[in-house]
Design a protein around this ligand. Structure first.
Ligand SMILES: [Zn+2]
Ligand SMILES: [Zn+2]
Ligand SMILES: [Zn+2]
Length: 185
């Protein structure tokens, strides 16, 4: 019956909308989560910390819109499409580069970026473009750090170590939100 099929799809789509994955995966542990690209793979949250970056078919992966799919399917999908398979949100930075799927595992779940429905935003540029265009500010900071380091080497004055550390802390703070897969899309 077509009506039932449509209803099933709608329910499955709704189940794959996970705007707050931290809460959902750590507390509610969604069951019956099926990848809506292949409509086949049952997604499972790896509760052990996985040290590999090779994610499996059944590793859940999230997009900025909050829709979750199987990692491998999503990767393949984003190679041929610029949009989310469910809501059609554009999955591109303004610089034109692809937003990579973000795997949801015990090791990543606490560092996931906020989804758009949960108040997150997509940065205008990918990390690489932000760094190369100097948009990320650290270019100046890195120069400051290199200068202080050079002065320490040349003069041996310990104060330059402190200046180095101040610069390093600022670089780290500027980069913290922009590390791929960590806090930001
Ligand atoms: Zn799939
Ligand atoms: Zn979506
Ligand atoms: Zn880019």
């Amino acid at each position: 019956m077509p009506h039932q099929v449509a209803r099933f799809d709608q329910e499955s789509h709704a189940r794959c909308f996970i705007p707050c994955p931290r809460l959902t995966f750590l507390i509610h542990k969604p069951d019956n989560l099926v990848c809506q690209i292949c409509q086949e793979t049952r997604l499972t949250f790896a509760s052990h910390r996985n040290t590999t970056t090779e994610w499996a078919d059944n590793t859940p992966a999230i997009l900025p819109c909050g829709h979750v799919f199987g990692f491998r399917c999503l990767e393949r999908w984003l190679q041929i499409s610029n949009t989310c398979a469910i809501c059609r949100l554009a999955i591109r930075y303004e610089c034109g580069h692809r937003i990579p799927p973000v795997a949801i595992t015990a090791g990543t779940v606490l560092f996931l970026p906020r989804t758009i429905p949960y108040g997150g935003t997509i940065p205008s540029k990918c990390t690489q473009c932000s760094i190369t265009t100097g948009n990320l500010a650290p270019v100046d900071l890195v120069e400051g750090w290199a200068r202080a380091r050079r002065l320490y080497v040349e003069t041996g004055e310990k104060e330059w170590i402190d200046v180095c550390i101040i610069h390093l802390n600022r670089i780290e703070a500027a980069l913290r939100d922009r590390l791929p897969g960590c806090f930001s899309w």
